[in-house]
Design a protein around this ligand. Structure first.
Ligand code: 5GP
Length: 202
């Protein structure tokens, strides 16, 4: 059986990574998306348990004390954490796992999971990023300003990733992302089991 692979995905607010991941998950049904626990307020249109579990700061701190997270970070004043147990279960079952997190989370995960591949979702330009962020209208002007600062910091660290997928045209970006998943699957290190399988009855 092939082993599950771990993909770490980051990209600044407004890069369109959520839309890309949604489209990818529609096609790649065998991939598990890790649902983070977060303390920020729910935005209009968000659904509990879809991308995030929305919990209080007290609950988060309790879970942190119970060592439930693989990594966590404080971003724009809120906690975001990747729960350990579901990832361990899916990897044990041989599933691929997608973990979305910010650049600090990605740095922590690379140390913990050296086999993981990381993908950075890049906006075509900084102007487009700002336009998208302002245009979606889910943040106040002050929050947009804060997120633009975070975005600059994140883009500066994009060279820490294995792949960059530019999100200019959504369908191309989705195709590129799926190509990353496919090319990784084809690597020898992920297909060694095939050699034994084919030779088994030789
Ligand atoms: P947003 O509030 O826009 O949904 O997310 C803010 C940032 O937190 C994004 O960069 C997103 O990728 C990141 N993020 C989401 N989940 C996690 C997580 O579990 N851990 C970390 N470190 N960052 C996360």
């Amino acid at each position: 059986m092939s082993k599950g692979n771990i993909y770490i995905i980051s990209g600044p607010s407004g890069s369109g990574k959520d839309t890309i991941l949604k489209e990818v998950l529609k096609v790649k049904k065998d991939v598990f998306f890790s649902i983070s626990h977060i303390t920020r307020a729910m935005r209009t249109g968000e659904v509990e348990g879809e991308k995030y579990h929305f919990i209080s700061r007290e609950e988060f701190e309790q879970q942190l004390a119970n060592n439930m997270f693989l990594e966590y970070n404080e971003y724009s004043g809120n906690y975001y954490g990747t729960p350990k147990a579901p990832i361990e279960q899916h990897l044990a079952a041989g599933d691929d796992v997608l973990i979305e997190c910010d650049v600090n989370g990605a740095e922590a995960l690379r140390k913990l999971l050296p086999g993981a591949l990381s993908v950075f979702i890049m906006p075509p330009s900084f102007e487009v990023l700002k336009k998208r962020l302002v245009g979606r209208g889910t943040e106040t002007a002050e929050q947009v300003e804060k997120r633009m600062k975070e975005a600059l910091n994140e883009i500066r660290r994009a060279d820490e990733y294995d792949y960059i997928v530019v999100n200019d045209d959504l369908s191309l970006a989705v195709e590129d992302f799926i190509t990353v998943l496919k090319s990784n699957k084809l690597l020898l290190k992920n297909q060694k089991y095939l050699i034994d399988e084919v030779l088994k009855n030789a």
